[in-house]
Design a protein around this ligand. Structure first.
Ligand code: SAH
Length: 314
């Protein structure tokens, strides 16, 4: 359903209200400025910017939704301020050489899935004025570990015996696909660790591929069935720092969290460390897909394991 994704995004109040608050509470960023809305969808961010006093907003959208955005802009009386351009950011001609502000909601599952970040960086390098701002300008990826016996049983072990048949070959596939779902904060066993911060105003496309170490320290005695990744975004150019988190301790969003099941059930005691590294890279064949390699090890009282696992988001 074509409307559905936009309906889901607009009804995600954590997401949409954050952008609205950033824009309406920081008029100084928009007043009399030229704004570029990268991937405008229904045009909601452009409308917020126009209301905040932007001189002109260019709303670029490649899908059919661009036609709707045009009509929405007209219906709401912003035709003089907002120009909707239907096409790919990488292919369109912008009527102005430079813009003061680039605003975009480009984040995917696991932050980087679907790789729209490249489109924002492309727009930044091509059109952003030297003293221009990108909103949001910071995005960070975080990791924690959870107890998840019940759901792992349901999603993974299920394939061992399906109406009496062994379908365990599917189990390998299921293990490799990160699961996008909401995690209950009571399942969290360790601390939450920052893996990577990206500065959207300075980074290059290659910075979205990386290997980073982690050390997760248990806050109680428990089992670990999965690692959980989530992201935060922030708008540091506001009067006061603004942003939101998609973590399990925050109000849930349509991005939920990303669950990576472990081959081993790790028994961990309070104070012990599960350490390792995570490698994230765009798939060579299909750059919209993400390859994740997880290395983890524990040398604890109850459990000693060391393993490397590969995952693919698609
Ligand atoms: N800004 C809207 C929509 C965000 S979803 C909102 O906040 O509600 C991202 C949008 O970007 C989608 O509508 C998608 O069609 C569009 N998009 C993705 N890649 C694009 C590209 N390369 N050029 C133009 N639009 C793109």
């Amino acid at each position: 359903c074509h409307m559905c994704i936009h309906e889901e995004m607009l009804k995600d109040v954590v997401r949409t209200r954050s952008y609205q608050n950033v824009i309406t509470q920081n008029n100084f960023l928009f007043k009399d400025k030229i704004v570029l809305d990268v991937g405008a969808g229904t045009g909601i961010l452009s409308l917020f910017c126009a209301k905040a006093g932007a001189k002109h907003v260019y709303a670029i959208e490649c899908s059919q939704m661009a036609d709707m955005a045009k009509e929405i802009v007209k219906t709401n009386g912003f035709s003089e301020v907002i120009t909707v351009i239907k096409g790919k950011v990488e292919e369109i001609d912008l009527p102005v050489p430079k813009v003061d502000v680039i605003i975009s909601e480009w984040m995917g599952y696991f932050l980087l899935f679907e790789n729209m970040l490249d489109t924002v960086l492309f727009a930044r390098d091509k059109w952003l004025a030297d003293d221009g701002v990108v909103l949001p300008d910071k995005a960070s990826l975080h990791l924690t570990a959870i107890e998840d016996a019940e759901y792992k049983e349901d999603k993974i072990e299920f394939w061992n015996n399906v109406y009496g048949f062994d379908m365990s070959c599917i189990k390998k596939q299921a293990m490799m696909e990160p699961l996008v779902d909401t995690v209950d904060q009571n399942q969290i066993v360790t601390n939450c660790q920052l893996l990577k911060t990206m500065d959207i105003s300075k980074m290059s496309s290659g910075d979205a591929s990386f290997t980073v170490p982690f050390k997760l320290v248990a806050e109680r005695n428990d089992f670990i069935h999965a690692l959980v990744a989530y992201f935060n975004v922030s708008f540091t150019k506001c009067h006061k720092l603004m942003g939101f988190s998609t973590g399990p301790r925050s109000k849930s969003t349509h991005w939920k969290q990303t669950v990576l099941y472990l081959e081993d059930v790790v028994t961990i005691c309070e104070g012990e460390t599960l350490s390792g590294s995570m490698t994230v890279a765009n798939n060579k064949k299909n750059p919209r897909d993400i390859d994740i390699t997880l290395k983890y090890a524990i040398n604890g009282n109850r459990c000693k394991v060391s393993r490397t696992q590969h995952y693919k988001m698609r």
